[in-house]
Ligand binder design. Structure first.
Ligand code: SF4
Ligand code: SF4
Length: 121
């Protein structure tokens, strides 16, 4: 999922014109904003941006990890005893292991779908 680094965006609007599904709008400062729900992941905005302001999702991994840790710390405040806290951590670990499994299985299925196309050619 592409995203716009607001510090790099100069508001030229090139990506807005290029997007085939009108998923990009501009805020009051003309900075581009991508609507994740509308975006079809075509990558055109990334290719046309003259400022390299449209960035890849992988760059946000550290922030997303930090957000997960912040959320975990917030939720931890609901549990007082060390026993409760240990059990809570176990639940969080199970939750993220499930997310990892979902991602792994999804990747495997999409890879199969991609490979099926290659064989057809
Ligand atoms: S093309 Fe790049 S610099 Fe121009 S509005 Fe889009 S993100 Fe911003
Ligand atoms: S990836 Fe494609 S669909 Fe998504 S915002 Fe960029 S140009 Fe639009």
């Amino acid at each position: 999922m592409p995203w716009v680094n607001q510090d790099l965006c100069v508001g030229c609007g090139v990506c807005v014109d290029e997007c085939p599904v009108e998923a990009i709008t501009q805020d009051q400062d003309s900075k581009a904003i991508i609507d994740d729900d509308k975006c079809i992941r075509c990558g055109k905005c990334h290719d046309v941006c003259p400022q390299d302001a449209v960035r890849h999702d992988s760059e946000r991994i550290p922030q997303e990890v930090e957000a997960n840790i912040t959320k975990t710390k917030e939720l931890l405040t609901h549990f007082d005893s060390p026993q409760q806290q240990r059990e809570f951590y176990e639940r969080m670990i199970r939750y993220f292991n499930k997310e990892k499994k979902v991602a792994d299985l999804t990747i495997a299925k999409i890879t199969d779908m991609k490979n099926a196309i290659s064989k057809e050619k």
